[in-house]
Design a protein around this ligand. Structure first.
Ligand code: AMP
Ligand code: MG
Length: 307
């Protein structure tokens, strides 16, 4: 295991540290320290009405944040933790407003990454939004964090993240479970474990969104993102092509061999590559929601990036 002592000391003195999880890199700060959390918002340029997810290393820590843990939450923790699933629960009064953006609920997850678990077991629970500047693609490599926050920013390097998209967020604070953000854990997997229907609450732009993150446009590179048109030739040298079925390979044509899990793992890296290398567009071959359990989350992120 890496030597984490230097990073643990930064958290303990109220600072922020970027660390790897299985989804994307998180920008960690002590979940009980208001000024450390303030720094998270400043560093990211994040609107203060967008709540943070608390990351824990041990299931028992849930009780520090919520005293109303429904049976559905217990079942999902047992099935999917550690893993890319955030649970929204009614919060205890002492949970800081800065964490929940003043809501009476709190989002919690246990990440499935050995470095994250070791780190959090030493620091205690951390808030950890994605470690990117607001409006930039989430980081899936330590180098992405440094692109956004500078070469000297404290980041624990854990290589490329496995999933590459942010966690599934499910609201369990009422008796109707609802997915607020799709992720690699799909609606079907959640329904199979819960044995009841799970609502999808992420497509509609509601006036007061159930998840504040829903109203912000995220995940946008500078390059134009668009779908590949029917029978369109893939010969524009100012475009990066992300293809699924067509078997071409050039430096600007990347072939995913119908593997949407692989595309999800690389999507944000390709967005960043397009900007660094000065491409005008990222052109993605279309796919269907039924093609893979991760298709819904991938469609959600790509649609947010379409201009
Ligand atoms: P990020 O930290 O960038 O992965 O974004 C966290 C997202 O989790 C927010 O933008 C919200 O969509 C969602 N979230 C966090 N806490 C809550 C909460 N208490 N209620 C509803 N959604 C939440
Ligand atoms: Mg984010």
């Amino acid at each position: 295991m890496k030597d984490l002592n230097k990073y643990i000391a930064i958290i303990q003195s109220g600072g922020v540290v970027a660390f790897p999880t299985e989804t994307v890199y998180g920008l960690g700060a002590d979940a009980w320290n208001p000024s450390a959390i303030q720094k998270v918002f400043e560093v990211k340029g994040r609107p203060s009405d967008n709540p943070l997810i608390v990351h824990i290393s041990n299931v028992d820590q849930v009780h520090d944040f919520s005293s109303e843990i429904p049976e559905s939450a217990r079942v999902l923790m047992e099935a999917f933790w550690p893993g890319p699933l955030s649970l929204v629960l009614n919060k205890k009064p002492e949970v800081l407003d800065a964490v929940t953006a003043g809501l009476d609920t709190v989002a919690i997850r246990m990440p499935d990454h050995p470095i994250a678990l070791e780190f959090i077991s030493q620091t205690g629970p951390l808030v950890a939004p994605s470690a990117n500047r607001s409006g930039r693609p989430s980081p899936t490599k330590a180098s992405h964090v440094k692109e956004d926050f500078g070469e000297n920013f404290p980041v624990i390097d854990g290589a490329a993240t496995r999933v590459g998209l942010e966690s599934t967020v499910i609201d369990l604070s009422s008796d109707k479970p609802a997915i607020l953000r799709p992720g690699s854990i799909s609606k079907k997997e959640l329904e199979d474990v819960l044995g009841i229907e799970v609502e999808e609450a992420f497509f509609h732009q509601v006036e007061k969104p159930r998840s504040p993150g829903q109203k912000y446009s995220h995940y946008k590179p500078k390059a134009e993102v668009r779908w590949l048109r029917n029978n369109e030739p893939t010969n524009d040298e100012s475009a990066i092509y992300l293809l699924l079925s067509k078997a071409e390979n050039e430096s600007n044509i990347i072939h995913y061999n119908n593997n949407l899990t692989h595309l999800a793992a690389e999507l944000y890296d390709r967005f960043r590559q397009a900007d660094i290398e000065g491409y005008d567009s990222v052109v993605i071959e279309e796919f269907n929601e039924s093609d893979s359990p991760i298709a819904s989350a991938l469609l959600n992120r790509i649609r947010k990036a379409l201009q």
